[in-house]
Design a protein around this ligand. Structure first.
Ligand SMILES: Cc1cc2nc3c(=O)[nH]c(=O)nc-3n(C[C@H](O)[C@H](O)[C@H](O)COP(=O)(O)OP(=O)(O)OC[C@H]3O[C@@H](n4cnc5c(N)ncnc54)[C@H](O)[C@@H]3O)c2cc1C
Length: 341
């Protein structure tokens, strides 16, 4: 296990914000995990797992504790049942699956990050999410010091959530993820923006590789490439409504989207209505192509990010009565090892 001291969290995350982490331990092998947690426990250090850092925000005070950097590599495919070590790139797995003609994750193309983090927030895009193909995960349980297998039902998946970012935050280190895919292709109608792209460009190939190309092109046009622009992708979650709220919002003429997973209003719509689209707020650019993405253009500090976030959320609340919820998870200086199962 490689070990580093005094590393800027900004260098480990795509938002490129965050002060110094006292210790960073690189997990390259399952047996490194208990050792890393024992080290943290011996000094009462809080811990935080970073995989690709694409959904993680560091604060200016950094972390007086230990970051466990997930670098477990390798995967195998048994007729569409793919088991990947947690440190495999998510998009490499998608690319592989598409090349084999497997359907189920092609619309999740180009999502940055590693597969170990994918179940934590149940990644989703263009009508697919991980829970639809998720089979199980193996995880190190800090409460029992053992590796256990967690089945799909254990994760309690919801919109951008699972036990890993709610009730059991910090308790498990996922070491591998198994997904189950089938040969075939997605059926139309697709998500609105995909249908529009298909119409505009006359696409006819809806095989997994065809859909991957469509999604990649839409994303290239709308979303910042984390190698060029610092962001965590969607900074705010879409707003899900109960039936009464949905009815009231529709009466007011808000764009309520009725879907299989519930009624929602896109967070981007609220932000745009408040006039923030394209604005530079305390150094954070509200992405002109997809306003729920905040780009760290010159903010530099968490304090500035918090100011921009506060301005957006309070303005949206004052105008519409909804608090926008932040999607990326923050590294905080407290011990949090979840509750018992
Ligand atoms: C440009 C851009 C576009 C994006 N588009 C999308 C999108 O379309 N859909 C979407 O859902 N997300 C999107 N995201 C967000 C992000 O890519 C996903 O959340 C992704 O799963 C994060 O992976 P990561 O490895 O970088 O996670 P990290 O930020 O490293 O970790 C995320 C969380 O998971 C926990 N975690 C990480 N690894 C483990 C592990 N092995 N065991 C237990 N917990 C772990 C971390 O502690 C943290 O709380 C986007 C981000 C960017 C920058």
């Amino acid at each position: 296990m490689k070990s580093y001291e005094n590393i800027f969290i900004s260098s480990l995350t795509t938002m490129r914000i965050g002060g110094i982490a006292r210790h960073v331990l690189e997990i390259e092998n399952e047996k490194d995990i208990p050792e890393a947690y024992r080290f943290a426990s011996a000094y009462w250090y809080p811990t935080y797992i970073v995989s690709g850092g694409a959904n993680t925000i560091g604060r200016d005070e950094g972390l007086d504790g230990v970051i466990l950097l997930n670098r477990l590599r390798g995967f195998e495919d048994k007729d569409g049942v793919i088991t990947a070590k947690a440190g495999e790139s998510w998009d490499n797995i998608v690319q592989y699956a598409c090349s084999k003609g497997y359907t189920g994750i092609e619309a999740l193309s180009c999502i940055p990050g590693l597969i170990g983090a994918a179940p934590a927030q149940n990644i989703g895009a263009y009508g697919q999410d991980l829970s639809q193909v998720f089979k199980s995960a193996v995880a190190y349980d800090t409460a029992t010091d053992k590796l256990i297998t967690l089945e799909k039902k254990d994760f309690q998946f919801g919109y951008r959530k699972s036990i890993m970012n709610t009730t059991m935050k910090g308790r498990f280190f996922i070491t591998s993820v198994t997904i189950e895919l089938k040969k075939g292709q997605m059926q139309r109608p697709f998500y609105n923006s995909m249908e529009k792209y298909i119409e505009d460009f006359g696409c006819t190939d809806f095989s997994p590789t065809g859909v991957r190309e469509i999604v990649s092109n839409i994303r290239k046009d709308k979303l910042p490439d984390p190698r060029e622009k610092a962001s965590s992708g969607s900074f705010f979650k879409n707003v899900y409504l109960d039936p009464l709220e949905a009815e009231k919002c529709q009466e007011k003429g808000y764009p309520v989207i009725r879907g299989k997973d519930g009624d929602k209003i896109n967070a981007a719509w609220f932000i745009e209505q408040c006039g923030f689209k394209g604005q530079l707020l305390y150094g954070m650019r509200v992405n002109p192509r997809a306003p729920l993405v905040l780009i760290n253009e010159s903010a530099g500090t968490y304090a500035n990010l918090a100011r921009a976030r506060g301005l957006i959320t309070s303005t949206v609340y004052d105008k519409f009565g909804f608090w926008l919820e932040q999607e990326p998870i923050e590294i905080i200086n407290t011990k949090n090892r979840g509750a018992s199962l």
